[in-house]
Design a binder for this molecule. Structure first.
Ligand SMILES: [Zn+2]
Length: 164
């Protein structure tokens, strides 16, 4: 069986960071006003981590942790948007580009709704896609989950197609 290179491929990314009081909260590269923020190396941008893994996964490449190890000085202090930019370059080398992306952010804080438009715009910019090909929604668990109150979790799905 052979698959033509122009056939689309789907990628799934997932990430979860614990949150702590007083930490900066940057999601989709946008600094948000929030009393808690994700714990983690780099800027802890859990949304861009999940997105990067979805892009890499769809292209059949190594995952975020393998390509950008915590202990590699090249990436220490890197903005997570650098991971997306680098993944986009790797995709290009494989003659691939994103066709669409959809993301779910699961948390109690911050409330995604009021920041959604700004975050969506930034994602579209990073993925070099029109706005209607990028979507993002926030889900709170309405206090139904202790885990959701102490962490931010993101699921990302992307579709890739041939560049040419
Ligand atoms: Zn992460």
């Amino acid at each position: 069986m052979s698959l033509a290179p122009q056939h689309p491929r789907v990628g799934l990314g997932w990430d979860r960071h614990a949150v702590a009081a007083g930490r900066p909260c940057t999601l989709a590269g946008i600094p948000l006003q929030c009393s808690v923020g994700p714990v983690g190396h780099s800027d802890g941008d859990v949304l861009l981590h999940a997105l990067t893994d979805a892009l890499l996964g769809a292209a059949g490449l190594d995952d975020l942790g393998t390509l950008f190890p915590n202990d590699d000085p090249q990436w220490s202090g890197a903005a997570s948007s650098d991971f997306v930019v680098h993944a986009m370059k790797l995709l290009q080398q494989e003659n691939l580009r994103p066709l669409s992306a959809d993301l779910v952010v699961i948390c109690e804080q911050p409330r995604i709704g009021q920041h959604r438009a700004q975050m969506r715009n930034r994602l579209a910019e990073l993925l070099e896609l029109p706005l209607d090909r990028v979507n993002l929604k926030g889900k709170s668990t309405e206090g139904g989950s202790e885990a959701a109150a102490s962490a931010i979790e993101v699921q990302a799905v992307v579709l890739l197609g041939a560049l040419g």
